[in-house]
Design a protein around this ligand. Sequence first.
Ligand SMILES: Nc1ncnc2c1ncn2[C@@H]1O[C@H](COP(=O)(O)OP(=O)(O)OP(=O)(O)O)[C@@H](O)[C@H]1O
Ligand SMILES: [Mg+2]
Length: 243
Amino acid sequence: MKLCSAGASLGTIISFSGVFMSIIELKDINFSYGPSEERVIKSLSLSIERGECILLEGPNGSGKSTLFRILNGLSLPDSGTYYFDSRLIDKKYLKSERDAKVFHKEIGYLFQNPDIMLFCASVYDEIGFGPRQMGLDDVEVDKRVRDLLKTFDIEKLADKAPYHLSGGQKKKIAFAAVMALNPKAYILDEPFAGLDRESCEMIGRLIKNLKLMGKTIIIASHDESDIGELADRRLNIVELMQD
Ligand SMILES: Nc1ncnc2c1ncn2[C@@H]1O[C@H](COP(=O)(O)OP(=O)(O)OP(=O)(O)O)[C@@H](O)[C@H]1O
Ligand SMILES: [Mg+2]
């Protein structure tokens, strides 16, 4: 595993001039699930460069999925700032339907529990949903869906209802649905959990390809052996928090 800290300092230097090199810039983020709840994210700051692959580690309940919700605009921090691709992601930004649509196309989120993501009647429609929302025509949607069914080796599942599939199959469909949008950044919450060895290797190869394409990737995973040489930096969420 290669440890790299030089990128972060470069991003910091350039951000002083007002132009972010980093694609993700979090400063002093605090978050709790309710006014009477304990803070889950405590004064967390983080800078991620374009094209970096980050492995986010931390014990159960340490806030990795919560941080991912913030990165994807599903939860708003109580305080602190979040810039994605030089845009301040706050309540005002996310309230704008046009801005929110652009943001959600650029950042792809694989939930820890894929059940949350799947709602279409068939696997084909599930993978095609995002491209359709983006306004792609039927021919282009069909091409994208067929390519992804092949990539994930799930062509036989095309007409099945996602709801009735196994946990591992659901995870692959959810990942394919994320890739269908061709986002700039991938936030992958436990992408290997529940997958058999062969599927883990396939997902590992896919992530490697995404990295070669210059995508920014943040992975939360408990199983280091699946990450191998993929990660440029390993971060422990507990160490990212100030108090
Ligand atoms: N919707 C919610 N409402 C209230 N508390 C929550 C909610 N979701 C998570 N929490 C709490 O926030 C804390 C952090 O949870 P989170 O799921 O972010 O941890 P995690 O690091 O992803 O854990 P794991 O490794 O098990 O996936 C936990 O104490 C959890 O109980
Ligand atoms: Mg989690």
